[in-house]
Design a protein around this ligand. Structure first.
Ligand SMILES: [Zn+2]
Length: 375
């Protein structure tokens, strides 16, 4: 396997445009990663996810270790083969979802013990085990094992949690070892506190990672607080490595994060929204359950080239959503993922051409303009 690397091609203000090269293909940045929680982006075939423009998917270590199990996936040839996605996969460390989903969690210096939310079975997750699971899955971009406290949290708690995550980052680095073609990302913590974030960034940089995530955001602090933190957090991380904002977000969060120097993001929002009748368009959020669409023969977005907008009316989308037909989730997820990837492509072009500020202004004006007028 060849090496994996990152190169920056253009900068415009703090916004950056580049490429992460891996043996499984290039990831154009800024990149949005659709979430394939349980080895599938729900309701979509992998080739259709690729057709929306996705270069990389995210897989969840917590879900996959419980079911079907990392050893089983490895025996079946790895996650890429198992789920029929040959391009890059990033896996999270499992830490965040243990904290949010598992029961009877016990946190020690060694790691976390918990009971599965599926069948109550007991598991251990440590930095070493997380690295092993992500290796068994065959992940191209592996995340260090960390602890992410819910916000708001007091400074003492944030500091202790950050220090623990830095010790776990070092153990993750040692357990990961030397794996050409694969990348290991460290995760900055420290809540909204600038000095704790700085200390975390220094500790991670000293250990040395292939990329750095801004962790511990998008956990309920709100957009203003998140942007406040992103005004300094990405600047504390090495310039020549990719910067990943975990679990973000709505289209406006994504544009604001890219403006502040973020290169990668992931979120369940486009796929989860698609399964609940919600669409994201250039003119904001549209609820297909709303009766106003019942007689509307127009597409969701007449300028969108996705299969949903090319071949189906709002009236049909309203009908299949209200009737809970499976195709409703597929069509709306397809459109949403397509919209997100178009947004990323638009930002990459704007950064390359040195017009990101006007792109951002136009995006905000159009996104805030509301859905098309009733017929
Ligand atoms: Zn569309």
């Amino acid at each position: 396997m060849g090496a994996a690397s990152f190169s920056l091609n253009a900068r415009d203000g703090k916004a950056r445009c580049g490429v992460i090269s891996t043996p499984r293909g290039d990831i154009r940045t800024p990149a949005f990663m659709p979430v394939g929680t349980a080895a599938t982006v729900k309701g979509m075939l992998p080739e259709n996810v690729r057709a929306t423009g996705a270069d990389v998917l995210l897989g969840n270590t917590y879900h996959l270790m419980l079911r079907p199990g990392a050893e089983r996936v490895a025996q079946l040839g790895g996650l890429h083969k198992f789920m029929n996605w040959q391009r890059p996969i990033l896996t999270d460390s499992g830490g965040f979802q243990v904290m949010s989903l598992a029961s009877l969690r016990k946190l020690t210096e060694k790691g976390v013990t918990f009971r599965s939310h599926i069948d109550g079975m007991k598991y251990d997750l440590t930095p070493e085990r997380s690295m092993e699971i992500q290796r068994l899955l065959g992940s191209d971009i592996v995340m260090a094992f960390d602890e992410c406290p819910a916000l708001p949290a007091d400074r003492t708690r944030l500091n202790e949690s950050m220090q623990l995550s830095m010790r776990w980052a070092k153990r993750s680095r040692e357990a990961f070892g030397d794996r050409p073609g694969h990348m290991l990302f460290g995760i900055q913590q420290g809540g909204l506190e600038q000095d704790l974030r700085e200390e975390s960034a220094k500790a991670l940089t000293e250990i040395g990672f292939d990329g750095y995530a801004v962790g511990g955001l998008a956990v309920g602090e709100g957009q203003e607080a998140m942007f406040g933190c992103l005004d300094f957090a990405p600047d504390q991380l090495p310039e020549d490595k990719p910067r990943y904002l975990m679990g973000v977000g709505k289209p406006a969060d994504i544009v604001g994060a890219v403006a502040r120097g973020i290169d990668m993001m992931d979120c369940v929002l486009p796929s989860r929204s698609g399964r609940t009748g919600q669409a994201w368009t250039r003119r904001g959020q549209v609820n297909l359950r709303n009766a106003r669409h019942a007689d509307d023969p127009r597409p969701l977005d007449e300028h969108c080239s996705c299969p949903c907008c090319q071949s189906y009316s709002r009236a049909y989308l309203h009908h299949v959503t209200r009737s809970k037909e499976m195709i409703a989730g597929t069509l709306l997820t397809w459109h949403n993922l397509h919209y997100y990837q178009e947004l990323m492509a638009g930002m990459r072009a704007a950064i390359s051409e040195g017009r990101f500020a006007s792109f951002q202004t136009d995006f905000e004006a159009e996104f805030g303009s509301g859905d098309i007028e009733l017929l």
